[in-house]
Design a binder for this molecule. Structure first.
Ligand code: PGA
Length: 310
């Protein structure tokens, strides 16, 4: 009897059907893969038909699975709307705020969320730190209230509110001879090994477009998906890197890095708070946007004050 299905089972099935991947669904729901499998099996028993099939490693939805998926989406949307409506009656005394951010934003967003939470302790905040490609997927599926990224997507209809500067700089080990020079010609970067962020990273896109504009072919020695790992490699003398100044703020005292005075740098980018253009945003989200605008303006000064290290 379908009415015996639980909301939990429908939620788990919705995540599996959307991701077509058990591991991803489990990660997203902060649970384990066996739990996901059990919930799915129970739901299929209640429905009386298989909901997913498997060919090799790929899973697919059966015809019945497609029907249950559409119904699950409707039910989840309705519940989300209900939560929204109830929250709206409570002003900022309660509510949820779901934010997904790109890797580099983790250097400042958690602190901003922390101080926002202190002002509105009734609000429950959920934060996902993922790469740009995953952000774009979640944005497309309207899974969060707000996304923070360094480059608003052009292929999706979104509202993008810039709230803080994101200067990108060239960093080197403190003992690199270039650290003592000023007004360095960008052409000289071609002689140095570079450590780059992974494909799809906003930092990498910005660095590549600068190199392209300068007709520069840099020698990429290593590609790494983590700002922290890049910083360690730069400090160890493996090469230069283009990084957001925000990633360096906590290392100010370490003396391990130098920001090189390369002509054309810092590359001036902005951080954007992004949401689907047609989305009706909650008062909690609006309050956080206002908070970002206020705090972002004061943080701009801090970011620009991080000068030469070492
Ligand atoms: P990234 O994003 O962490 O993916 O490089 C930062 C940015 O877009 O500036």
């Amino acid at each position: 009897m379908l009415k015996n299905a639980t909301l939990r089972q429908l939620k788990v099935f919705e995540a599996v059907a959307r991701n077509l991947n058990f591991t991803r669904a489990a990660e997203e729901l902060h649970t384990t893969q066996p739990t996901v499998s059990i919930q799915l099996k129970q739901l299929a028993e209640i429905v009386g038909m298989p909901l997913v099939g498997q060919v090799g490693k790929k899973i697919y939805l059966t015809d019945t699975g497609h029907l249950v998926y559409a119904a699950s989406c409707d039910i989840m949307d309705r519940l989300d709307r209900l939560v929204f409506e109830i929250d709206e009656t409570q002003g900022l005394t309660r509510g949820n705020l779901k934010v997904s951010i790109v890797t580099t934003a983790k250097y400042f967003v958690p602190r901003l969320l922390g101080s926002f939470y202190k002002l509105h302790p009734g609000i429950e905040v959920t934060l996902e730190v993922i790469n740009r490609d995953q952000i774009l997927e979640r944005l497309d599926q309207n899974l969060d209230d707000l996304y923070i990224m360094g480059l608003a997507p052009e292929h999706l209809e979104v509202t993008a509110v810039p709230f803080m500067e994101n200067p990108l700089v060239v960093v080197a080990a403190a003992n690199n001879p270039l650290a003592l020079e000023s007004d360095i010609d960008p052409a000289r970067l071609a002689n140095e090994p570079f450590i780059m962020r992974e494909q799809g990273s906003g930092t990498r896109l910005a660095a590549e477009s600068f190199f392209k504009m300068q007709n520069l072919r840099v020698n990429v020695r290593m590609t790494l998906g983590s700002n922290e790992a890049i910083k360690q490699s730069v400090a160890g003398g493996l090469g230069l890197a283009v990084l957001s100044k925000h990633t360096l703020a906590l290392d100010h005292a370490s003396g391990a890095f130098a920001i090189l005075d390369v002509r054309g740098f810092p590359l001036l980018r902005q951080w954007y708070a992004v949401f689907p253009a047609k989305k009706h945003i909650s008062s909690v989200t609006q309050a956080f946007l206002d908070y970002l605008a206020k705090e972002g303006a004061s943080k701009d000064d801090e970011a620009t004050q991080i000068g030469k290290f070492g």
